[in-house]
Design a protein around this ligand. Structure first.
Ligand SMILES: [Fe+2]
Ligand SMILES: [Fe+2]
Length: 262
């Protein structure tokens, strides 16, 4: 089956860009199932039901999340087809995996895990967590893992750990796509980071001035906060198209992007 996966959708620009891409790619690539990372769709807060409904109306069928789970009350959207990192330490609303049935009655498990390096949330050991989870689930057609992490080394580590055991391991969180799209030796489709949908004349999709102010505050400088502002065009859309070959491997993976060169 063909799975189309969009990286982190950043704010209104990201939503607009994905909507436009879906209007073309749905017919062009005819995916059986479409997934997107929604952690930044509503920057500074949890994604809203309204935004999810709009994204679902474009053809997106499932959502993954990440560290921005802690920006608000996730229970407001927990009933949506959405998963948040399965390995957060402690009890939290929502679930870290769901098994979906596609329009053509195929079963696909969508799993979200989170790395530990340079991120705030405390997480459980993702190697052990995924080993336990894979004993519990048995979807007939595909297992898709969104590994949400700041460092490519952690994503490569989990990719090798899961090679030949899941259909795909795709990284999210950095908002910058990596050029390492490949099938691992035992067939698992891999890319260390898929990238984002959002503005490119920006800092990982965010307004440059506001992002700089945030960084300066982290460096100890007294810079006031300013109201949120959406960056202007041009926008990028980064995604991958995976043709799976059952729940433990894939036939192909292709990087899709509308990222402008300049
Ligand atoms: Fe993130
Ligand atoms: Fe993100």
């Amino acid at each position: 089956m063909k799975i189309l996966f969009f990286g982190d959708i950043v704010g209104k620009p990201g939503q607009a860009a994905v909507k436009e891409a879906m209007s073309v790619w749905k017919d062009q690539y005819q995916p059986d199932f479409v997934i997107a990372n929604a952690e930044n769709a509503n920057p500074g807060d949890i994604v809203t039901p309204k935004i999810l409904d709009e994204l679902i109306s474009t053809g997106i069928e499932a959502f993954t999340y990440g560290d921005h789970f802690f920006d608000g009350d996730f229970s407001k959207v927990a009933e949506y087809p959405i998963v948040r990192p399965h390995n957060f330490s402690g009890d939290h609303p929502g679930t870290g995996y769901k098994v979906f049935e596609t329009a053509l009655h195929r079963q696909v498990a969508v799993i979200n895990l989170m790395g530990q390096a340079f991120v705030k949330p405390r997480v459980e050991n993702y190697f052990n967590v995924i080993d336990e989870l894979l004993k519990k689930i048995d979807p007939s057609d595909a297992i898709f893992v969104d590994f949400h992490a700041e460092t490519t080394s952690e994503t490569e580590a989990i990719g090798w750990h899961l090679d030949g055991r899941v259909s795909a391991v795709i990284g999210t969180h950095t908002h910058v796509p990596t050029a390492d799209t490949r099938l691992l030796p035992k067939g698992t489709a891999f890319q260390a980071d898929v990238g984002m949908s959002g503005a490119v004349n920006a800092i990982i999709g965010m307004d440059i001035e506001r992002a700089n102010a945030w960084i300066r505050r982290q460096l100890g400088e007294d810079v006031p906060k300013s109201p949120p502002k959406d960056p202007r065009t041009p926008y990028a859309v980064d995604a991958v198209l995976i043709e799976t070959d059952g729940p433990t491997k894939s036939k192909s993976i292709k990087r899709l992007t509308t990222r402008p060169a300049a």
